[in-house]
Design a protein around this ligand. Structure first.
Ligand SMILES: *[C@@H]1O[C@H](CO)[C@@H](O)[C@H](O)[C@H]1NC(C)=O
Ligand SMILES: *[C@@H]1O[C@H](CO)[C@@H](O)[C@H](O)[C@H]1NC(C)=O
Ligand SMILES: *[C@@H]1O[C@H](CO)[C@@H](O)[C@H](O)[C@H]1NC(C)=O
Ligand SMILES: *[C@@H]1O[C@H](CO)[C@@H](O)[C@H](O)[C@H]1NC(C)=O
Ligand SMILES: *[C@@H]1O[C@H](CO)[C@@H](O)[C@H](O)[C@H]1NC(C)=O
Ligand SMILES: *[C@@H]1O[C@H](CO)[C@@H](O)[C@H](O)[C@H]1NC(C)=O
Length: 805
């Protein structure tokens, strides 16, 4: 009989005893008790209401964290959490089970987390007033406790033993595992280090307590403790304390204390007044380790507190903020502590096409340093100016740091950037001039339909540019003879009618005089005849100009002509021809352009001497850049509509400049275009001109594609005199050659082009993409540039499906 009773008694006793013992400091939670994750979920609260254990609703309100927080403090401060990496949805639950202790499961009864312990049967659990949640066994032994499984916070009376650690959360309100750790190592040192999140690999520590004594182990660290009074220290084997916070602490009767490894890597001891009055109260930082995380030497891999290429500054509360350098922005806009990336292209590959040395502006940042990532030191370096020059001349150099030790050239990625009064360095950051920026390629190569409404559409009479018409056109040519020209030209009214001062207004008689009575014709363009002229300016020598006499004068309502001229004059780009002035007098409408010395691309390409392959490829890129400016950097966007070699001019250095842009609105032409005569003629005209689809920037891309083939092959698109019929139409022939793998034929033994066949193939493929009949398949001009430069890959183009009448 006794054998029946004794087990029963012992169970009763084991249930009763702890209840009595623990009553005063812990609320008791019986086996089988659950909390459901719902909006009004009631947590388990410690007897004096200091701490709560239960579901904490995350910002998005749909996900819940099993956590412990201060129950009294208005701003809920979480001190422990179970499922940071795995927040659970609504209707998940936590249950105290007899065999596994706490079990967190989702609505499908999948176990998300449980309190692991070796052996034993659970009797009850309690939320202690210290903030420790304890699961007790049948003989009141502690089977599991939150103090023994810390997350990112230590509370008074909590002890951290060797080989245990605190791990930061990802962000203030994101409890996923972060990059920082505070560990008490086996050798007795307490350290702070970053880890690689994928592998958990710990990088070299950025703080080491030094509580290790190799010869005499009695000195080495044994525990990390926070005492009831808030003192924070390492306890050595010999029971001596190594204080981590040396401050005179406010009495713990009046303040809560906690030690938290923050998501930014700063270990803080902070306090909060217990007699707080409102919700405005905050935790006050008493001590931080390290003292200044921004100037801390991480000296290893991984980024510091801020992401790569970011700059750290310390706030008054000794916590860091991160900001991106000028013209850099966050890789993830929602992660201000994350990496920054340049809003522009840079590096040797991108710079390789520097047809000019002034691709970059320099931004000077005082008291700023990136202490690592050096690849060269120039020392001594006498001046900041020299340092700037060194960096500017080197395509590897992203930033140069100038200080008393010399000029340090640095390359990407740039970790541990800092700006601090203690930093005696000046950083010089290279940023691309906006016109060369060509920000981030849309990856992968994508065809997004542009849907801008404010299109300026130019409808050219010569739109067909049928070869026969083109042949008859001569570009603007200014022979360098203008200096011999010495006609007196009267001063004129600058800034008349509010037109910006760089744009000059000419009276008709002035231009008549400048062109010597419209004597020398330079060419006949799309909208009229172009004459050579020379004008005098206030300050400079007489300059040569090209005067375009517009032959179609439309009724001008509301001074639209002047408005448009002003708009055109505001377009400045090194690959556009500059408008210098205009005349608007009665029936006389004229535009005065700068004169470019090397004529049109047509004469350059199709002349007797074949220009070099490298110059030709440069020119192609220059035209693309000019178009990029018109399409993507002008507002409203400008569609040129008449891209052809006659409209590309070459300056003194044979740099290509686009002319005749923006003229459509100027001339008030907006009738829908139909011209049956042109149908089927292979020109520079995109097929959608013949259809009832809206005309977009892609018409320029088409024309550019044709032009690109002409540049590659140094021949006109349509060559009637050619013997071989299959070569008559360049676009068709080029596609054939591409499909048959006989690109060599296109460049006709041009050794330079053949020496880089990949580039040749790239250029041809880009051209074929551009001349796709389906305009939605054509790349944007930005993508064209990126592909020509080899920055994004060029997929093999499909057959352009030539227009069949
Ligand atoms: C519970 O809290 C009391 C003080 O409120 C403390 O003395 C006791 O050690 C705590 N128990 C545990 C298991 O943390
Ligand atoms: C927290 O951050 C991680 C990493 O960026 C992300 O995967 C996760 O979705 C975030 N969690 C929440 C609840 O936003
Ligand atoms: C180790 O240090 C303790 C006190 O710090 C000292 O008493 C002891 O003699 C030392 N032992 C040795 C082997 O140096
Ligand atoms: C809270 O306590 C502190 C220190 O004991 C005291 O200086 C302060 O005036 C108190 N504040 C309130 C609102 O009672
Ligand atoms: C408390 O902190 C929050 C956010 O950290 C801040 O917005 C608020 O101004 C602070 N309040 C006080 C009284 O410092
Ligand atoms: C780019 O510029 C550098 C320095 O100005 C020069 O040395 C280099 O030859 C240029 N490269 C090209 C391709 O023009």
């Amino acid at each position: 009989m006794a054998s029946v009773f004794s087990p029963f008694l012992s169970v009763c006793l084991s249930l009763l005893l702890p209840l009595v013992v623990a009553q005063s400091t812990e609320s008791n939670i019986r086996v089988g008790t659950t909390i459901a994750a719902i909006d009004s979920a009631k947590p388990w609260i410690s007897p004096s209401n200091e701490f709560a254990f239960g579901f904490y609703q995350l910002e998005n309100k749909e996900l819940f964290l099993l956590a412990i927080w201060y129950y009294k403090i208005p701003s809920r401060t979480i001190v422990w959490y179970a499922n940071g990496d795995n927040p659970v949805p609504r209707r998940s639950k936590v249950e105290l089970t007899s065999d596994r202790g706490l079990v967190l499961s989702d609505p499908n009864d999948q176990v998300i987390w449980k309190s692991d312990f070796a052996t034993g049967e659970v009797a009850y659990a309690g939320m202690n007033d210290t903030g420790n949640f304890v699961v007790y066994g049948t003989v009141s032994q502690r089977l599991w406790e939150s103090f023994g499984n810390p997350t990112d916070t230590l509370l008074p009376t909590q002890v951290m033993s060797r080989k245990s650690l605190l791990s930061s959360r990802h962000k203030e309100n994101n409890f996923s595992k972060g990059r920082f750790q505070f560990r008490l190592l086996e050798d007795g040192n307490a350290v702070l280090n970053t880890i690689n999140l994928q592998s958990n690999f710990a990088y070299v520590a950025y703080y080491i307590s030094g509580t290790r004594d190799a010869e005499n182990s009695s000195n080495s660290g044994y525990q990390v403790k926070v005492d009831q009074d808030g003192s924070f220290y390492i306890l050595r084997n010999n029971n001596q304390r190594y204080l981590l916070s040396l401050e005179d602490l406010d009495p713990s009767a009046d303040y809560y204390y906690r030690v938290t490894l923050n998501f930014d890597g700063v270990l803080t001891l902070s306090n909060y007044p217990k007699n707080f009055t409102g919700i405005s109260e905050n935790w006050t930082v008493v001590k931080t380790i390290p003292d200044n995380i921004c100037t801390t030497d991480f000296q290893d891999m991984g980024s510091g507190t801020c992401g790569f290429n970011s700059i750290c500054t310390l706030k008054a509360d000794k916590r860091p903020t991160c900001k991106c350098p000028p013209r850099y922005s966050l890789s993830d806009a929602n992660d201000e502590y994350g990496n920054c990336q340049a809003d522009f292209m840079q590096g040797c590959e991108a710079d390789a096409h520097n047809y000019t040395e002034d691709l970059y502006d320099l931004v000077e940042m005082q008291n700023t340093d990136w202490p690592t990532s050096d690849y060269e030191l120039i020392a001594p370096c006498s001046s900041l100016k020299d340092c700037k020059t060194y960096c500017l001349q080197d395509c590897l150099c992203i930033v140069a740091v100038f200080n008393e030790n010399g000029c340090w050239k640095k390359s990407l990625p740039l970790p541990y950037g800092r700006q601090d009064r203690q930093v005696n360095s000046i950083s010089i950051l290279k940023v691309r001039k906006p016109e060369f920026a060509f920000k981030n390629p849309p990856m992968p190569f994508s065809y997004v339909k542009k849907n801008k409404n404010s299109l300026i559409i130019l409808i050219s009479v010569l739109l067909g540019s049928s070869v026969f018409v083109n042949l008859a056109l001569v570009g603007i040519l200014c022979m360098g003879s203008f200096l011999l020209y010495h006609k007196k030209i009267t001063r004129n009214h600058i800034n008349e009618n509010g037109i910006q001062s760089s744009l000059r207004y000419f009276r008709y008689e002035e231009l008549e005089e400048a062109t010597d009575g419209f004597k020398e014709e330079l060419g006949r363009g799309s909208f009229g005849i172009v004459y050579k002229g020379v004008i005098k300016t206030d300050s400079q020598d007489p300059i040569g100009v090209a005067v375009k006499k517009l032959d179609r004068v439309v009724q001008d309502k509301d001074n639209e002509f002047r408005t448009e001229v002003r708009a055109i004059a505001q377009k400045h780009h090194k690959n556009l021809v500059k408008l210098l002035g205009y005349c608007d007098e009665g029936q006389h409408r004229m535009l005065v352009y700068e004169c470019l010395s090397n004529g049109t691309l047509a004469s350059f390409l199709f002349g007797d001497l074949k220009p070099s392959w490298s110059r030709r490829t440069q020119i192609a890129l220059e035209i693309a850049r000019g178009l990029f400016y018109l399409h993507e950097e002008c507002s409203p966007q400008i569609i040129h509509c008449d891209i052809k070699p006659q409209n590309i001019l070459l300056d003194d250095y044979y740099v290509a400049r686009i002319s005749d842009f923006g003229l459509s609105k100027l001339l008030g032409i907006n009738q829908s275009y139909t011209n049956t005569a042109i149908r089927g003629t292979k020109g520079y005209v995109a097929p959608e001109w013949f259809k009832t689809v809206p005309v977009t920037v892609k018409v320029d891309v088409y024309s550019f594609g044709v032009l690109l083939l002409e540049i590659i092959c140094c021949r006109r698109n349509v060559a009637m005199d050619n013997d071989a019929v299959q070569k008559a139409i360049l676009t068709d022939w080029a596609c054939d050659c591409f499909l048959e793998g006989t690109l060599d034929a296109l460049v006709d033994n041009d050794a330079e082009a053949l020496s880089n066949k990949m580039k040749l193939e790239r250029f041809v493929m880009v051209a074929i993409w551009c001349i796709q009949e389906d305009f939605s398949l054509r790349p944007t001009i930005k993508e064209v540039i990126l592909m020509l430069e080899g920055i994004i890959q060029v997929p093999a183009p499909p057959c352009p499906c030539p227009l069949i009448n």
